[in-house]
Design a binder for this molecule. Structure first.
Ligand SMILES: Cc1ncsc1CCOP(=O)(O)O
Ligand SMILES: C=C1C=NC(C(F)(F)F)=NC1=N
Ligand SMILES: [Mg+2]
Length: 215
């Protein structure tokens, strides 16, 4: 298997839903099924935060969510936990600057999709050299979801990366109301947790976000 084609990856990044058990108000499997019906294009399992699952419980939920993605042709990305990603044979992993070095991760995961969180051009260049396939830029807007985010940066870095022609997804406080700002700045897609996972109607929230991106 070869590394994913950047143009294909850019289409996958359009409506990138991220969630774990702590982000869902009901069964995460139901939330994911509804989000998929609403038109998300990529899913990341991110089991993080106080009282998140660990060990077997985390693996079992991961396997269930992966099955739902597989049944619907949606690639399944695992956040942080490289070992679990390999055990599940996930489609890819996402790592932050504080996680394992991207070069090491690339060696472990072969041609799977590798996403890296970046906050400046220097971090982009380093991640690119290390073999990153896509870049998570944020937090774009204020967010309550991740407690230890870097400073809110708006769309400045996305605009700075415009000519890099690399797959970029914005993240942080993104909703159907501000998603167009992120796309106009040059991102290939938007990544959301709360805007979908905390919606009264998950299907409708995902559908509304999708329509804003594809309009
Ligand atoms: C994981 C992550 N990385 C930067 S902000 C963030 C949280 C995004 O969550 P939300 O979409 O609820 O603001
Ligand atoms: C901290 C994160 C930053 N960006 C992304 C993504 F949107 F996938 F790029 N995922 C994360 N878990
Ligand atoms: Mg991380």
């Amino acid at each position: 298997m070869a590394r994913i084609n950047p143009e294909k990856l850019k289409s996958l990044l359009k409506v990138y839903f991220i969630a774990g058990s702590t982000n869902c108000l009901e069964d995460p499997c139901i939330v994911l099924e509804e989000a998929i019906r609403g038109g998300i294009t990529l899913f990341q399992y991110r089991e993080k935060g106080s009282n998140c699952l660990d060990g077997t419980e985390k693996l079992v939920l991961g396997r269930e969510l992966q099955r739902i993605c597989k049944n619907n042709g949606i690639p399944f990305i695992v956040n942080d936990d490289i070992e679990m990603a390999l055990e599940l044979d996930a489609d890819g992993v996402h790592i932050g600057q504080e996680d394992e070095d991207a070069q090491e991760v690339r060696k472990k995961i072969g041609d799977k999709i590798l996403g890296v969180s970046v906050h400046c051009v220097k971090e982009v260049e380093k991640a690119k050299l290390a073999g990153a396939d896509y870049f998570g830029v944020g937090p774009i807007f204020p967010t309550e979801t991740k407690k230890d985010t870097r400073a809110v940066q708006g769309t400045a870095l996305i605009e700075e990366l415009k000519d890099f022609e690399i797959p970029i997804v914005g993240i942080g406080g993104i909703t159907a109301d501000n998603a167009s700002l992120v796309m106009e700045a040059g991102a290939d897609g938007v990544s959301v947790i709360t805007a979908i996972s905390h919606a009264d109607d998950v299907w409708e929230a995902a559908d509304r976000l999708r329509r804003k991106i594809y309009n």
